[in-house]
Design a protein around this ligand. Structure first.
Ligand SMILES: Nc1ncnc2c1ncn2[C@@H]1O[C@H](COP(=O)(O)OP(=O)(O)OP(=O)(O)O)[C@@H](O)[C@H]1O
Ligand SMILES: [Mg+2]
Length: 115
């Protein structure tokens, strides 16, 4: 079961964690980051499918950006890389943390990835 998602320099989040329960609801005022949090999860979900990063973030010329603002809109203002993570319960004693750092300077590229 997924326990938590983590965000670093992703859109409006400098550093944030979203704890996941069996049922998790996001409640907040406009522009508080609900959709940003969901977009981060959606990016993570697509990266593990092996789809190309540029496709995930920017789409194609005909489809346009898949993520709002495309790859350059993912990094927090004045930064050029962001990190997303997911903490999963592996078994009763161990958790598994997956993290990916994506740079968006010239084109989207994986800078770090680890488990
Ligand atoms: N790259 C970025 N750097 C900093 N802030 C950003 C970035 N991209 C988006 N934001 C900020 O994120 C906010 C929008 O967040 P989001 O769309 O997640 O809000 P929301 O909670 O879904 O709002 P609503 O209830 O209106 O749907 C805006 O204030 C916007 O300026
Ligand atoms: Mg929203």
């Amino acid at each position: 079961m997924i326990k938590c998602f983590a965000y670093e320099n992703f859109k409006s989040f400098e550093k944030a964690e979203l704890d996941i329960e069996a049922l998790t609801t996001l409640i907040g005022t406009n522009s508080s980051g609900k959709s940003n949090a969901i977009e981060g999860i959606s990016i993570l979900a697509k990266t593990v499918t092996g789809l190309e990063l540029s496709m995930i973030l920017d789409g194609t010329k005909s489809t346009g950006a898949v993520v709002r603002g495309g790859s350059s809109g993912c990094a927090r203002f004045k930064t050029n890389a962001f990190k997303l993570g997911c903490l999963t319960e592996l078994d009763s004693e161990n958790d598994l943390l997956y993290e990916i750092k994506i740079g968006v300077k010239e084109r989207a590229a994986v800078e770090e990835e680890g488990i």
